[in-house]
Design a protein around this ligand. Structure first.
Ligand code: FAD
Ligand code: EPU
Length: 335
């Protein structure tokens, strides 16, 4: 165990913060020992790759980093492959491993930073696909009950950037593994945004899972900052899902507003567009700004504190509320 450690290498926003205690685990038994040995009243969090977390201050407690490895084919037939993956595996490496085997299902989720274990927490999604679309089971350890559970897809109560792990089980469990089902008979989703265009640009005639992953990587690299170069935590806010009437009144006032019909009652309006229209695109407050190519991403312009990022987030939230009457909620976990 390490004490008074800098968290700079362990999260992607690049805030200069320390944790009182820091340790890692590679299997459930190690995690149980850590939890038994630590003082009962000591605060702790399970950390993955730190790509969806903003530390606004030093962390007075224990950071417990998940390093459970593993990639096991548990079932295979002519149509499908079922794979069980350790929670500490890198998500993007996992995507590349599956597509390189010719297995289709998570290629649209290429280049999302972080770990496999965090993927069901907010039900990661991109380019028309969410992890819930392939997820069969989530295995987790419940701290208070001292037991391991395995939830089915339905039991995880997945929604847009949401699951039971962000609600009733928030802070109460550690994901140990996930089991996903992938396809050998390909069924691609290329409907989102610039995908078809990029496929044409690249001159791809017969699309493979690896091709589509590379197309997604190309699109993402053109829009999103690389956290290794510019500190950020991806989309800072969730896209608001609005009652139809409310959304239509905004669209009437701003006919250019991009929007997506979610169902008969609700419409999603991109938070990036709301933030841009509120005048914040490419603007900064102190050492934190919004990314000039994507206003939904808050970036560390160098030496920013988490507190500064949170101050900008609150200002943006206030301005969007004043201009549109819409409350945008953080997607990032604020600590
Ligand atoms: P962390 O940031 O370490 O943790 C996130 C939360 O999950 C914390 O509350 C933590 O306590 C909890 N947690 C982590 N691991 C476990 C575990 N094993 N058990 C229990 N709780 C755990 N997200 C998307 O959905 N789509 C995108 O397209 C996308 N693009 C991004 C692009 C960039 C450049 C960046 C920086 C982020 C992006 N994200 C995106 C957000 C982020 O990558 C995902 O949310 C990712 O799943 C976070 O993984 P992590 O391991 O880094 O989680
Ligand atoms: N837009 C603007 N201005 C901006 C940014 C976006 O007008 O500054 C408009 C775009 O023109 C487009 C629409 O908003 O019409 C949507 O933009 P984009 O396709 O870039 O996606 P997004 O809604 O901003 C979401 C996810 C991303 C995910 C992409 C691709 C959320 C909160 N974010 O972003 O996820 O990668 O779609 O599917 O749902 C993340 O969660 O961290 C993340 C990066």
């Amino acid at each position: 165990m390490k004490t008074n450690i800098s968290l700079l290498p362990y999260h992607t926003f690049g805030a200069k913060v320390n944790a009182d205690f820091f340790t890692t685990f590679s299997n459930k038994e190690e995690l149980k020992t850590i939890l038994q040995q630590k003082p009962k009243d000591q605060n702790f969090i399970i950390l993955g790759g730190g790509s969806n977390i903003l530390f606004t201050q030093d962390f007075h407690g224990m950071i417990i980093k998940n390093e459970i490895k593993g990639f096991e084919v548990v079932h295979e037939d002519e149509n499908n492959v079922t794979v069980k993956i350790g929670a500490g595996e890198n998500w993007h490496d996992t995507v590349m491993k599956t597509v390189s085997n010719g297995w289709q299902g998570i290629e649209n989720l290429a280049l999302i930073p972080g770990t496999v274990g965090a993927s069901p927490i907010q039900n990661i999604g991109a380019y028309g696909v969410e992890v819930k679309d392939v997820l069969q089971r989530v295995e987790f350890y419940h701290f208070e009950k001292g037991e391991t559970f395995e939830y089915t897809n339905q039991e995880c109560q997945f929604g847009y950037r949401n699951s039971i792990f962000k609600n009733a089980l928030k802070g109460k469990i550690a994901v140990l593994s996930i089991t996903i089902q992938l396809n050998k008979q390909w069924n691609f989703n290329t409907s989102y945004g610039a995908i078809e265009e990029e496929i044409k640009t690249q001159g791809i005639e017969t699309l493979t899972p690896l091709d589509l992953a590379n197309v997604i990587i190309k699109i993402r690299e053109s829009k999103l900052p690389d956290p290794k170069k510019i500190g950020n935590c991806g989309s800072f806010f969730k896209n608001p899902v609005l009652p139809k009437k409310e959304a239509l009144s905004i669209i009437e006032k701003f006919p250019e507003a991009p929007h997506y019909i979610v169902n008969e009652e609700t419409i999603k309006i991109p938070a990036g567009w709301l933030i841009q229209t509120a005048g914040w695109k490419g603007k900064s407050l102190g050492n934190v700004g919004t990314y000039p190519k994507q206003a939904l991403v808050l970036v560390n312009n160098g030496g920013a504190t988490g507190e500064e990022a949170w101050a900008l987030a609150l200002q943006i939230q206030k301005d969007v509320k004043t201009q549109f009457g819409i409350s945008i909620e953080p997607e990032v976990n604020i600590i």
